[in-house]
Every structure is written in C-alpha cells, then in structure tokens.
Design a protein around this ligand. Sequence first.
Ligand code: NAD
Length: 492
Amino acid sequence: MLFKNYINGEWVDSATGKTFTSFNPADTSDELGEFPASDARDVERAVEAADRAFREWSRVPAPKRGELLFEIGERLKRHKEELAQIMTREMGKVLKEARGDVQEAIDMAYYIGAEGRRLFGHTTPSELPNKHCLSMRRPVGRVGVITPWNFPIAIPAWKIFPAILAGNTVVWKPATDTPRCAYELVKILEASGLPKGVVNLVFGGGNDVGIPLAKHPKIDMISFTGSTETGRAIYQYGAAKLIRVHLEMGGKNPIIVLEDADLDLAIEGILWSAFGTTGQRCTACSRLIVEDGVYEKLLEKLVDRTKKLRLGNGLDPATDVGPVVNRSAQEKIARYVELGVKEGAKLLCGGRIAKDGALAKGFFFEPTIFADVTPEMTIFREEIFGPVLSVCKAKDYDDAIRLANHTSFGLSSSIYTQDINKAHRAMEEIEAGITYINSGTIGAEVHLPFGGVKETGNGGRESGWTAIEEYTEWKTIYVDFSGRLQKAQGID
Ligand code: NAD
C-alpha cells in the first residue's frame, strides 16, 4: 500500500514521486507499506500550512485545545492493541513493550490535556501604585519535530501533544524506519478533530527532509530526539537562526551494584534494562559497575539468566528479545563486539549475529555480556544501541561513582544498595538526568521531567511540567490604571 504525506489536513503525494518501503525487522518479507521519500518542496508546503494555521489555533482557548487531547487519548486507548501490533511488526520490540509505548502516549494525552486548564502564569505587585504586573505563556510558533524509531508513538506524543496544547503548530518528520507508526498516530489525530494545518507530517530521510525542516526560516523551534551526532548538527542550524532547539540524545547508562545489594533484585533490573527493547532504548543499561566482593557471583548468575533469554519475533508471547531495527544496526553491533574482543574485554556470552531457523528472516543479535571492561575501551565509551552489556569491577562506592561518571553522556543511571546513606549520596553524585534507586535504568513516567546532562541534552526536559516550559514563551504585561505617566525605577 502507498501512503502519503499529511499537509494542511489532506493526504497528499510528495513532490518527488519517489518512495521507500518499511519492513518488519523480524521478517523482512513482511512489508508495512511504501512511503513518500519527500524533499525540501514538501517541507515548504508543510511549513506554509503550519504557518497559516498558527494564528487561529493559538487563539483557541487552551482548555478547548486540552479537550482535543482528551479525545486523542480516548482514541489511542481504543486502538491500543492494533497500534502495538503494528509497532512490533515495524520496529521489532516485543508486543508487551509496544503496548507500553502506546500507553505512554495515552498517559501523555491525558496529563497534558489537563494542562489546558492550568498553563499558569504569575502575578506580582508593582513597585508603583495603580499598576498591575502579570506574566502569561504564549506559544513559541511553528515547531519542527524530528523523531527516532525506537519509541515511534511515545516520543512523538511527548513532543506533539504539549506543543499543540500550548497553541503551537507542528511539522513532524518521523524516522524512516517507522513511518507506518507515524501514519497511524496522525490518523488518530485527524479522527479526533485536529484542525487542518495544526499537525503536518512529512515522510523522508534526514538529509532530504530533516535538514530543510531544521533550517527553514519560518520554523521557530526544533524539538529533536535521536543520536548526539545528529543533534549537534541540528543545534547548529538552530543557532544560525537563533531559535529554540530542544535536544534529547544518546546515553551510556550505568547500573551500579554494591556489595550489600539484593543481587536477585539487581539481576532482574539489569536484564530488563540491558536487553529490553533489544538494548535499543536511550535509557538502556549498557555499563554495569559491580563492587569487587560480589563481582564473580553476580556475573555467574547474570550470564546464566542471559543465556536463557529467547530471541524471536516480538509478536510471539514466548519471545524475550526481539530483533534490532535493521541490517546496518546489526552490523554496527557486530563491529563493536569485534572491537571489544580486540581491546581485551572478556566475552562471557552472545557476541554473534543470530540466524538459526526463523531468525535468519530478520536482524537478530545475541544478548551479549563483556566482563573486565575498562574505561579506555571503546565499548565502555560509545553508545552501541543494541543488546551489549559491558561490565566492570569497582573497588568501592567511590570508585563505582567515578566509573559511572566517566562518560560523555548523562541520561539515566541506577544504584542497587541497601545502605540508605550511599543511596542518598548517589542521588547527588551520579551525573545524569535520571537516577533510579534499587531499580533498573528504564521506565520513565510521563508526569516527571525526562532528559539528560552532558552530551545527552542541551538543558531542556521533556514531559512532566517542564514540557510546558519547552513549548511556551513568557510574555510580561504591565497594566497602568493610574491615568498618568508613571515612571519605574523612581524616575521623576
Ligand atoms: P538519528 O539521529 O539517526 O535519527 C533521528 C532522527 O533525525 C530521524 O528522524 C532521522 O531521519 C533524523 N535525521 C538524521 N540526520 C539528520 C540531519 N542531519 N538533520 C535533521 N534530521 C536528521 O537517531 P536514531 O538512530 O533514529 O535513534 C537512535 C538514537 O536516538 C540513539 O542515539 C538514542 O540514544 C537516541 N534516543 C534518545 C532519546 C532521549 O530521550 N534522550 C530517546 C530515544 C532515542
């Protein structure tokens, strides 16, 4: 089936006439459709539509915009199972995780919809008599949204929902690995009564659509989630125009296990964080830092459990770990494993492209654990974005924190300990946007700020109350009802 771009409330052909196909990474004979390989001309049309729609949409009362989000939430709920199945087919995550991805969008729709009746500003006393001072939130304008494939419904919802609630209009470029999920989400927005031009969808690649969108003179803000490399380029396009750029980027998230930890609990959290979504979460645990006294014992149990994980198609309820997203991801992971071995890490399990039986139909990689990893090794430093866990030994708590912070990233982190003092120290001492105590590195909730420090972000926070900060500008109002010219700062 051939799908189209969604511009100004209509499904339209791309100016290029070219297309690309979306495949199931668990079985490449399963196709999810053909999508337009758009270019700058399509971006132009979409930005014009967003620009035309802005004035009217920004004047709709915010509580009414919130009602649209409640309707979107209702429809997402109704179609949750169907959306989850499409997601599993399109990017591979196991079905129960795909349901969780859709659930995040549902939660976001309700949480942000309710903000329509808040959008609080401030009032303060004036330094002058007969004068009122207040401040209110205004939308930023036309927002370019650029998203990755690993949370193909949740991440777009984190961005598009607060953007439109705040009165902005949107041009969205989804990842080329998950266009069908994007189509399904926009169909739901359309059916919920989204006015034309408020959200526009342009399919296509980073160079042909992402760059023209980020550079477009009428785009007032870019909200991006993806790799640090791409985010850095987008930040520069934004800087040239002096616009707001929200960036959520890569991670190299550590779990620390101290000697006093509940090891069985830690193992559950490590397995879920390292191999859930086949290690392709921005919050996935890719570095495990274990205190000396429990290092061997923990590794033995962990390797044993990892070897039992079942690889397969995410639609099969017996599957623990689905495929990686595409062939180039599979090859990239294999290259990192080779490097790990070459640089002297000890391969304890996995390490190979999995192609036995039905696995040969897709892009699978065995859950992999390296021990005796040191901070100089590439697998300790670079984001692999696959089912590869690097384990290193720490002498004590301080050494563990030093190792955890020895990274250019800072998204999520975790520590397992029964020592309340060390747990509280870790809350302050780990350099990351998120720290879990006695739980893995994944599982963010939509009503709390989400984002990272160092090269993971540029200071913004997605979701939570901070989402409203991202998508609004402050406007200050002075009302002088004295009937005469009053000058501030005591000027006579
Ligand atoms: P990516 O950077 O390759 O692509 C992300 C999006 O940017 C895609 O839509 C892509 O087409 C587009 N793009 C690529 N080059 C572009 C350019 N030059 N200009 C404009 N747009 C461009 O990332 P990916 O492989 O899709 O996703 C995986 C990455 O995303 C990982 O690094 C992961 O850590 C990160 N991620 C971060 C978070 C977070 O919240 N911090 C969440 C999920 C994923």
